[in-house]
Design a protein around this ligand. Structure first.
Ligand code: FMN
Length: 175
């Protein structure tokens, strides 16, 4: 079986301190998925404050990224053919739709969206007020037009089934 490498990109959505490892990273590891994890700066700050970074780091042989590398440094992650952006905040979705790459998470996602060979699945997580902003719907439509798969849901829907959606989109067959 070829390697299952997943780029897991995480923004500062409510619940990541409790749910990210339990509902996404650990189930992915249990399915034999190699994780290349990239956090937005705010997500990194939240997870560091919650003492979750070591737990995440233990689930992958690749470094958990947030900062960009220096020009002379090697690239810390291989290039995944599949990305899961979950949870995706209204803020980061807006920047992704516009092509803004002002942090490492948006840099890798922007390149993935622009590469037709790469699959990107996003799970928006936003409250009613954020969804009511006129840009929110436009941003999702822009991303869909670019080939991004959007798996929208309510706040309380479990995150683990996203791994099934990733596997289906990537064509990963059951081990
Ligand atoms: C406790 C808390 C929970 C939040 N949850 C969400 C959320 O689920 N979705 C969202 O779009 N923004 C949420 N926000 C606001 C974002 O964290 C904020 O817009 C931040 O700038 C997003 O940064 P990022 O997109 O770079 O990770 C929350 C803020 C706080 C303090």
């Amino acid at each position: 079986m070829s390697e299952r490498l997943l780029g897991l990109v995480v923004a500062a959505g409510g619940g990541i301190d409790r749910r990210l490892a339990a509902e996404l990273a650990e189930p992915a590891r249990d399915r034999g998925i190699r994780l290349a994890i990239t956090l937005t700066p705010t997500a990194h700050r939240w997870l560091a404050s919650a003492g979750q970074l070591d737990r995440l780091a233990a689930l992958t042989d690749l470094p958990v990224r947030s900062a960009s590398r220096l020009p002379g440094e090697p690239r810390p992650h291989p290039d995944p053919a599949v990305f899961l952006f979950a949870p995706a905040t209204a803020n980061s979705l807006a920047k992704l739709a516009l092509g803004i790459a002002d942090n490492q998470a948006l840099t890798v996602l922007g390149q993935a969206v622009g590469d037709p060979a790469v699959t990107v699945l996003v799970r928006p997580q936003a409250d009613d007020a954020q969804r009511g902003h006129p840009a929110f719907t436009v941003n999702l439509a822009t991303l869909r037009e670019a080939g991004v798969l959007v798996s929208d849901a309510t706040w309380t829907d479990a995150w683990t089934p996203l791994l099934d959606e990733v596997a289906a989109a990537a064509g990963w067959t059951a081990p």
